[in-house]
Design a protein. Structure first.
Lengths: 282, 105
């Protein structure tokens, strides 16, 4: 009985803190929007409000993750960062798209750069995890991040159809195929040294550094003939027309290649089953 | 105009290519080698589309057409490669590329 009442009191305290956090957050936002409160105190008040909201919500949602002390502050900071980016996006990117204010333009550039660097970090981090992880199944999962990051880069380059094809074919097809192959060959936990050779890590890292250095030097120093105004128009219709006019022969050959690959893969992979059926027939 | 340009994408492509090459060179697991090949193909695709966007200009999509063909061939390569890996596993009971050095059973 006493335990029940203390539980109830705990819930009420959490609820009160949640409401107080929401009020602080909304008050700070409104004060900044209408009352000309400066940015620094607004952000501080909003962060305090976020901490209160997170602590209050922790009594009802995600209760398996008990937040307290330093962990609570870090978790709230992460959530606040996400909220901040979302609000920033809607305020300065999605809202007034035509920008004539120099300060806002600088902010827009920073946000665009931020998104590019996030995708680039995701891509390279996934590829590095694929290259240097000891466990083959971790490599496959890091490959997922590399593929998704590359799809984001395609969107960044105005290539909508290749981005969708990347997600559908690589993430939905090839990655699942690779995971199936790993599972079917069952060498995940049995022999850990199978994943890499002995000298692999230092030699491989040196090779990667040399290659990246050479190619990056070339990419920065070469005098590329850049176009003045890159376009971000949708390209799916133009791609379809190009496939059926200029690239008709490669298109048909690609379909034949896919058919041959399909039949070949089935024949190669079904060898064991065919032998078994032969023995059954005998 | 944004400050992100062609060299940024080329550097990302270079990093992808280098890491894929490292994967191909250092892995002893045949499936791992195939994953490295996929990374290398992705690096080529990033370069194709970056050049299409920044060099080829608006209205021209040859780079994107090539990237679609590369994706098609990557799918075929993955299917065939993984089928071969499964056949090797059924024959040798291992997919360590340093042990599978016979073309017969």
């Amino acid at each position: 009985m006493a335990e029940g009442s203390s539980n109830l009191r705990g819930y009420l305290v959490r609820l009160a803190v949640l409401v107080a956090g929401l009020l602080v957050f909304a008050g700070a936002s409104l004060g900044h929007a209408f009352g000309k409160v400066p940015t620094g105190p607004t952000i501080a008040a909003q962060y305090v409000g976020t901490v209160g909201i997170v602590w209050g919500l922790n009594g009802f949602l995600f209760r398996t993750l008990p937040l307290s002390g330093f962990l609570l502050l870090v978790f709230s900071a992460a959530i606040f960062g996400v909220l901040f980016l979302l609000g920033y996006f809607f305020q300065s990117v999605a809202g007034p798209f035509v920008i004539d204010n120099a300060g806002q333009l600088v902010g827009l550039i920073r946000l665009t750069d931020l998104i590019f660097y996030a995708f680039a970090l995701m891509t390279i981090g996934g590829a590095a995890g694929c290259a240097f992880s000891r466990n083959i199944i971790y490599s496959a999962w890091s490959l997922l991040f590399a593929f998704m990051g590359v799809a984001g880069l395609y969107v960044f380059l105005g290539a909508d159809f290749p981005a969708v094809a990347q997600v559908l074919i690589y993430v939905g097809g090839i990655l699942v195929l690779i995971l199936f192959a790993i599972m079917l060959t069952k060498q995940i936990g049995e022999d850990p040294k199978l994943t890499n050779a002995h000298l692999a890590l230092p030699v491989g890292a040196a090779l990667a550094v040399v290659t990246v250095g050479t190619l990056s030097y070339m990419a920065v120093m070469a005098p590329w003939k850049l176009t003045e105004k890159p376009s971000y128009e949708p390209v799916s219709a133009a791609l379809g027309v190009a496939f059926l006019t200029d690239f008709l022969l490669p298109f048909e050959v690609a379909s034949v290649v896919l058919l041959a690959a399909l039949v070949g893969a089935v024949i190669i992979a079904r060898k064991e089953i065919k032998e078994q059926s032969d023995t059954v027939l005998e | 105009m944004t400050s992100i340009g062609l060299p940024h994408f080329l550097i990302v492509g270079a990093a992808l290519f280098a890491l894929g090459m490292v994967t191909v060179v250092t892995r002893r697991n045949a499936v791992g080698i195939l994953m490295g090949v996929e990374l290398i193909l992705n690096a080529a695709n990033v370069n194709f589309i970056a050049f299409n966007h920044y060099v080829e200009g608006p209205g021209k999509i040859t780079g994107q057409v090539f990237s679609i063909f590369v994706i098609v061939l990557a799918a075929a390569e993955a299917a065939i490669g993984l089928a071969i890996v499964l056949a090797i596993y059924q024959t040798f009971r291992t997919i360590d590329v340093q042990e599978t050095d016979l073309l017969r059973q």
